[in-house]
Design a protein around this ligand. Structure first.
Ligand code: PHE
Length: 452
């Protein structure tokens, strides 16, 4: 059977942007900015995107496009040994682990979307009340399990219809919708009294807050937000045609991802400031601070619905992309039919996600290194396996496949751009070979606690 491709590179752009834009943009980015010095963090973050995020993203998509295979096949073919095939399999396993715990967290978002429609989260008098409501929902095993199931069922049914009719079509619908909702929220936020203080906060630069640890956090964020290190971009790249322009396919994705992070931060902070709350609440911003804000503003009911719809769309398009490498692997390497591979992956993610969904209730006393099961999954994947996967990809591109071959391959479809701006090839050459691998090593060493 012929392997599927996107209908055009626009299909890739939407799918990859859908993958990139996720909880990391709308939930994590605002609270990182809020607790790490506002504008100064943003400057560091943009540098990280330039030096590590974007080059690794292009290298992964390039690997996929070069051999039109899932990560295991692609790594094996370009690396020339079965060990490289195993490295590819490791990235697929990483994606699968992410799909399990990501879904168990996205379940809270879906649950809160339903809560907001039911009118349950816009009548809190204090953040303690909001926190209590949040804790009582998370303490419920069935609440967690049913939304985990429902969220996966939605994503699996989109994947079921294949690359063009499922992933591409789903993203072409959900990504623009996400932008519309986001823009409505930004306008709403800025038109609220004192809303502009959010912007002032975002763009006030305080360099004193930038410690080495903050720099490494920004590096990790750049990595996770572009869905790197876990087979996703290799797989999505493998559905490009070999003569699709790599640069004009990847650049818009990085821009769209960054724009969403900024808009999300603007929306969140303008709303938070206009309600007179603090911006540095950390991860609880979403479930404790915002519901209090929704309770104190007019139209809070509607804004809450829009907000959780936004986060839901972002999470669903990312979830889909975390599952696709496993599905592509089963199809390419083992000859499975798409629908069988999809259902297997969906069931597998559900089962593996069960302990995560129960980690805030039935299994909450099972702690390892002071972390609950969900946090262990999260830490293993995002702090250890994802940097490792990205490291494999960039070493494969810059050193094993060979920088000459990689740049020559990058030229396919992008000859004109590269001839006009030779500096772009120099940039990729230096990043692929030196800058990105070295920075990833630092991210990794930080993750294992070497920098305290
Ligand atoms: N990029 C997604 C986000 O920003 C996370 C993600 C990671 C999605 C890996 C898929 C795969 O939330």
């Amino acid at each position: 059977m012929k392997r599927e491709t996107w209908t055009s590179k626009v299909g890739f752009i939407f799918a990859a942007a859908g993958s990139a834009v996720g909880l990391a943009n709308i939930w994590r980015f605002p609270y990182l900015v809020g607790s790490n010095g506002g504008g100064a963090f943003i400057v560091v973050y943009l540098l990280c995107l330039l030096l590590i995020g974007f080059p690794v993203f292009v290298s992964e998509a390039l690997i996929g496009r070069a051999v039109q295979r899932n990560p295991a096949g692609a790594f094996r073919m370009l690396g020339g040994t079965r060990y490289w095939g195993w490295a590819g399999i490791l990235t697929i396993i990483t994606g699968f682990i992410v799909s399990a715990f990501y879904s168990s967290v996205a379940a809270w978002i879906l649950g809160y979307l339903v809560e907001s429609v039911l009118g349950n989260i816009h009548h809190f008098a204090s953040s303690e009340e909001a926190a209590l409501h949040y804790a009582s929902l998370l303490a419920h095993p069935y609440w967690n399990l049913s939304y985990h199931f429902l969220f996966l069922a939605i994503c699996t049914s989109i994947l079921y219809f294949g690359v063009q009719h499922g992933i591409e079509r789903g993203n072409k619908f959900m990504v623009p919708l996400l932008y519309i909702v986001l823009i409505i929220l930004v306008i709403q936020g800025l038109s609220m009294p004192k809303g502009w203080e959010g912007i002032t906060f975002l763009f006030s630069v305080d360099w004193k807050q930038i410690t080495p640890f903050v720099v490494l956090t920004a590096l990790g964020q750049a990595f996770f937000t572009l869905s790197l290190g876990q087979g996703t971009m290799v797989t999505y790249g493998s559905y490009l045609r070999t003569d699709d322009n790599m640069l004009s396919s990847c650049f818009p994705v990085a821009v769209m991802d960054t724009v969403v992070s900024f808009f999300a931060a603007i929306a969140v902070f303008s709303i938070v400031f206009s309600a007179g709350m603090e911006p540095n609440a950390g991860p609880s911003l979403l479930f404790r601070t915002l519901p209090v804000v929704f309770s104190s503003i007019s139209a809070g009911y509607l804004i809450a619905i829009f907000f959780f719809l936004l986060v839901f769309l972002a999470a669903a398009t990312s979830q889909i992309s975390a599952m696709e490498p496993t599905i592509a692997y089963l199809i390419d390497e083992h000859g499975w039919k798409r629908h069988v591979a999809t259902l297997t992956c969906g069931c597998g993610s559900f089962l593996l996600g069960i302990p995560c969904a129960l980690s805030t209730n039935l299994l909450k006393d099972y702690l390892f290194f002071n972390k609950n099961i969900l946090e262990i999954f999260d830490f293993t994947a995002t702090a250890l396996l994802i940097p490792l996967g990205g490291f494999f990809a960039i070493i494969l591109t810059g050193w094993v496949w060979g920088i000459g071959h990689a740049i020559a391959n990058l030229r396919h479809g992008a000859e004109e751009t590269l001839d006009r701006y030779p500096i772009i090839a120099v940039y990729f050459r230096v990043c692929f070979r030196y800058i990105s691998p070295i920075l990833i090593i630092f991210v990794f060493l930080n993750a294992i606690g070497l920098f305290g």
